[in-house]
Design a protein around this ligand. Structure first.
Ligand SMILES: Cc1cc2nc3c(=O)[nH]c(=O)nc-3n(C[C@H](O)[C@H](O)[C@H](O)COP(=O)(O)O)c2cc1C
Length: 364
């Protein structure tokens, strides 16, 4: 298994859900940067389990311990290793799943790929818990980006059939902070209340729901990225598909662009304060793989949590015959809620990595 990402700034995620610990090694961070550990912990807390009935009841402090790369809170330039202990594990809940693979989880594919030795207790390395180290990496990236006037924020655009309003043309860091402070990260509180009801309905019916997360990166210079295979879209999509349960990634108008006319879809150019901008942003801030200077807008489709209490059809691998499965254990009825800071983290990390390559006008 190789869970590495990044070119100049690299992260390697390690651990399994019910092993001793999970964590991340970050290589390529600039030396001499003071990490605001309190702000980092506040960011990680947005993803933490067990904070409401709408998330899994697993209780974890999720406080990272820095084993290397940091002296008195300041990056030393050497690889930074952050470890998060696993304390609240109940592996018994997962014993039956070796024989009865959960539909739409990675139980069967992991076993086919890695054999009997694969550690799937608590979903192992495939668990949503592995998104905590992603948030350590991305939380640090967010702080480094903020120094350069670049901010990343996200919200729940929809859960099941309930929708929030979309980001305005120029989302602000203040709006990001306002959304981040809410238990359900949305722009419209009415939408948030309806989404909470939808999740609660699914939970009481031993079922789950999916949702869409809209993420924005603002303050990016125009000219970042490359055409064809190494563009801003390519790199972001590759990273975002690394988040468990992401099944779709689109930029700007995305799939809806296919149903539009050019006259409606094209973003007219305007000059604002001496800078070329566009009057709308169906391109999602990217043309030809290169940033336009408008906010980068990316949406992620999060599937419904595969582990549900409702009885489902599966097979017994030992008997090779049909079987039924009603999953026990503690699971999120909607992973999209806790995934919002994760999508921010992965977006921030990727943007910082590309920024560190310095691929702006004239450099390539
Ligand atoms: C924050 C977060 C929490 C998750 N929690 C659960 C969970 O409690 N139960 C579950 O079955 N899947 C959960 N998942 C999703 C699975 O990890 C994921 O669906 C599985 O690894 C298969 O990968 P795929 O959906 O990307 O194909 C979670 C995902 C995220 C991002």
């Amino acid at each position: 298994m190789s869970s590495e990402f990044g070119k100049i700034l690299k992260m390697q995620v390690f651990g399994q859900s019910h092993g001793r610990a999970i964590g991340v090694v970050l290589d390529g961070l600039p030396a001499g940067f003071k990490i605001d550990e309190e702000a980092l912990y506040a960011f990680l807390s947005r993803r933490k389990p067990g904070t409401s009935r709408l998330s899994t009841q697993r209780q974890e402090a999720d406080k990272p311990v820095f084993l290397s790369g940091l002296v008195d809170g300041v990056t030393a330039g050497s690889p930074l290793c952050a470890v998060i202990e696993n304390t609240d594990t109940r592996s018994g809940d997962y014993a039956a799943l070796t024989d009865l693979p959960r539909p739409s989880h990675a139980d069967l594919t992991a076993r086919i790929r890695y054999g009997e030795a694969v550690d799937m207790r608590g979903s192992g390395h495939f668990s949503g818990r592995l998104t905590a180290p992603l948030c350590v990496a991305g939380g640090i990236a967010k702080q480094l980006l903020a120094q350069k006037g670049i901010y990343v924020g996200a919200h729940l655009l929809s859960i099941e059939n309930e929708s929030d309003e979309a980001f305005p043309l120029h989302p602000t860091p203040e709006l990001f902070a306002e959304i981040a402070a809410k238990p359900i990260p949305v722009i419209s509180d009415d939408a948030g209340a309806r989404m909470a009801e939808a999740v609660e309905r699914a939970r009481t019916e031993a079922d789950s729901v999916g949702g869409v997360i809209e993420c924005a990166a603002v303050g990016l210079p125009a000219g970042l990225g490359s055409p064809m295979f190494d563009g801003m879209e390519n790199r972001l999509a590759a990273a975002l598909f690394g988040v468990p349960a992401v099944k779709g990634v689109e930029f700007g108008a995305g799939f809806a662009a296919a149903g539009m006319r050019g006259s409606a879809h094209n973003d007219p150019y305007i000059v604002e304060n001496g800078v070329v901008r566009t009057s709308k942003n169906d391109a999602g801030g990217i043309l030809g793989g290169i940033t336009t200077g408008m906010p980068v807008i990316v949406k992620c489709a999060m599937k419904p949590t595969p582990s549900i209490g409702k009885t489902q059809r599966t097979v017994s691998l030992s008997r090779m015959e049909p079987a039924e499965l009603a999953i026990k254990g503690r699971h999120d009825p909607c992973v999209a809620i806790r995934a919002v800071p994760v999508i921010e983290a992965v977006t921030a990390f990727t943007v910082l990595d590309i920024l560190m390559e310095g691929k702006t006008y004239g450099n390539d």
